[in-house]
Ligand binder design. Sequence first.
Ligand code: GDP
Length: 203
Amino acid sequence: MRLDAEFLCSALTMAECPRWGRVEIALAGRSNVGKSSLLNALVGRKNLARISKTPGRTRCLNFFTLGDRIGLVDLPGYGYAKVAHLEAAKIALLLEQYLRQRHELKALVLLVDARRGPQKEEFALAQFLHDPSARMEDSPRLIVVATKCDKLKRADRGPALRRFAAIATTPLICSCLTGEGIDRLRHQILSVAHRADAPMRED
Ligand code: GDP
């Protein structure tokens, strides 16, 4: 199954987000977690996600179409060592506004390095999504992805994944190198979009 994906626009403020009536699935994760690689693997395009890394776009919400009915939103990576304090605060505010206010948002794909496990930012994000008072709309579903699992030995998987217990009962184990888990993630995204009652074409 393949869905065509295209870059649409970047937004630095909520007012700049597109009015497009698509079900949105957002991807979040600290910088270097493998978000671009995963986005490319998901849509079968080599360089699509590079757009989000071009100058001026790294602190934006970057919107991509996926098929006819879904929007993928690449959220700014957090945890950059080099980002100045004020810049980091602006990014955090935009992220919070998006998660709080965007009614199109139906699922957040939270990427966590399989070897590192969730840290305070990921715990905070998961808690925020589960807090019913955080949003006017229904809470988006949380899909936790353990990235770069090819770097874990089989025997180390169990202990590594147990560190995810506080944010996900079963994180999706993925590797862009081997392709493990990519189809399952694609299916989860499509099923969230279906449940949000957005008829779409799948080929
Ligand atoms: P981003 O900053 O979150 O967008 O991360 P990138 O997708 O740019 O990846 C950061 C680094 O991790 C790059 O050197 C990638 O080649 C590497 N990487 C990404 N995904 C995987 C993976 O599944 N396995 C391995 N071994 N390396 C990966």
